[in-house]
Write a protein that binds this ligand. Structure first.
Ligand code: TRP
Length: 333
C-alpha cells in the first residue's frame, strides 16, 4: 500500500537532463515512486515563458526529457507522467489564482527575481514569466499534490503556492485546496565541470545519454586546483570538482580518502584521478545510455507513455476544477 500523500514534481523541457538532475532529483524520484503516488510533469508551458520564440526547442525536448525519465528507470506503472500544456485546468486555475496574488508579491519572489536579473529582461519582462509561480501553484494543486520534491531554489514557489492555497480556502470558505510540503533533498548540488552551477547552456553539464567520448572530454576539462601545477605539488581537495564527483560516484570511500590525503601531500596527478572518475561515470551512464538509445528508436512509445499519463491526470484535474468552480460559485449548471 502506498502512503496517501501525493507527490508532484516536474522539469522544464529546455534540454536533455544531466547528471546534476540525476543527483539532485531523479534519484530521489526513483525512491518516491515506490512509496507514493507520484506525478512527474513536463513543464512545457513554464519553459515557454522565456522560450516563446523558440517553440521547436521545447517541443523537441519534451521527448528528450521523456526519454531520460524512462531511461533512468522511472516506471509508468508507478509514476504518472504528464505534459503541462495538455491539462487545460492548469491554465484555468492560473487565471483564477492570479487575483489572489499581487504584482509586488511576485516581484519579491527571490527565485524569479534572480532569474529576471540573469535574463536581463529589464522592461521587456514577459508578464507570463513574472507570474509563472502562480502557474506552478496550479501545477501542484491541480492534482492535489501535498509533497513537492524540489531543490532549494524552488522553496519560494512552494511558499507562494501555500499562500494561494490559504487565501483561496479563506476567501471562498472551503477546504478544497491542500497545502504542499517541499521535500528538499539533502544531497549537495552537483557542480558543473567548471565548478559553477551545472546547466546545459553553460556547456558544463554531463548528459545522462553522454557517449564515452563525451564523458572523457568533460572529465578531462574538469576544474581541479589551479595551483596544482606539477604532480609532486600539494593540491587542494576543497572546491576540486573531481573530488566532489568521486565523493558521490566512487563506492570505495576508503580509497577516496586515501587519494585525498595523497593529493594534499603532493604526488598525485590530476590525470590519474580523472581516469578513475571516467571509469566510474562510464559504468554509471552506460546502462542509462543504452536504454535511452533503445527507447529513442521508438519515439511513439515514449510519446504514448506521456499521453496516457496525461489522460489519467486529466480525470483528477477535472475533479479539482469541479470543486474549485463550486467554491467560487462558478458552477452554473
Ligand atoms: N520550476 C521548476 C524548475 O524550474 C519546474 C516546475 C514546474 C515544477 N512546475 C513545477 C517543480 C511544480 C515542482 C512542482 O525546475
Amino acid at each position: 500500500m502506498k502512503k496517501k500523500e501525493i507527490v508532484l514534481t516536474g522539469d522544464r523541457p529546455t534540454g536533455p537532463l544531466h547528471l546534476g538532475h540525476y543527483v539532485g532529483s531523479l534519484a530521489n524520484r526513483l525512491e518516491l515512486q515506490e512509496k507514493y503516488q507520484q506525478y512527474v510533469m513536463i513543464a512545457d508551458v513554464q519553459a515557454l515563458t522565456d522560450n516563446f520564440e523558440n517553440p521547436e526547442k521545447i517541443r523537441k525536448n519534451v521527448l528528450e526529457v521523456g526519454l531520460d525519465y524512462l531511461a533512468i528507470g522511472l516506471d509508468p506503472q508507478k509514476t504518472t507522467f504528464f505534459i503541462q500544456s495538455m491539462i487545460p485546468q492548469i491554465a484555468e486555475l492560473t487565471v483564477l489564482y492570479l487575483n489572489l496574488v499581487t504584482v509586488s508579491r511576485l516581484e519579491r519572489n527571490p527565485t524569479v527575481k534572480t532569474e529576471i536579473k540573469d535574463r536581463k529582461f529589464e522592461r521587456s519582462l514577459p508578464a507570463g514569466f513574472l507570474m509563472y509561480p502562480v502557474s506552478q501553484a496550479a501545477d501542484i494543486t491541480v492534482v492535489q499534490g501535498t509533497l513537492v520534491p524540489v531543490g532549494e531554489d524552488q522553496l519560494p514557489m512552494i511558499e507562494q503556492t501555500n499562500e494561494i492555497v490559504r487565501s483561496f480556502n479563506r476567501i471562498y470558505k472551503c477546504d478544497v485546496l491542500k497545502e504542499a510540503k517541499a521535500l528538499i533533498s539533502n544531497v549537495p548540488r552537483l557542480p558543473g565541470t567548471d565548478g559553477t552551477k551545472m546547466s546545459k547552456s553553460a556547456g558544463n553539464a554531463i548528459a545522462l545519454g553522454a557517449s564515452p567520448d563525451e564523458i572523457k572530454k568533460m572529465v578531462m576539462s574538469m576544474y581541479t586546483d589551479p595551483d596544482h601545477l606539477r604532480v609532486e605539488d600539494p593540491g587542494k581537495v576543497e572546491g576540486n570538482v573531481v573530488f566532489t564527483y568521486l565523493d558521490l560516484f566512487d563506492p570505495d570511500k576508503t580509497e577516496v580518502q586515501r587519494l585525498k590525503e595523497q593529493y594534499r601531500a603532493g604526488g598525485l596527478g590530476d590525470v590519474k584521478l580523472k581516469r578513475r572518475l571516467i571509469d566510474l561515470l562510464d559504468a554509471f551512464i552506460a546502462p542509462i545510455r543504452e536504454r535511452r538509445e533503445q527507447l529513442a528508436k521508438d519515439p511513439n512509445y515514449v510519446m504514448n507513455v506521456l499521453l496516457q499519463g496525461t489522460q489519467k491526470t486529466l480525470h483528477v484535474a477535472e475533479q479539482t476544477m469541479y470543486d474549485v468552480r463550486k467554491a467560487m460559485l462558478l458552477d452554473y449548471k
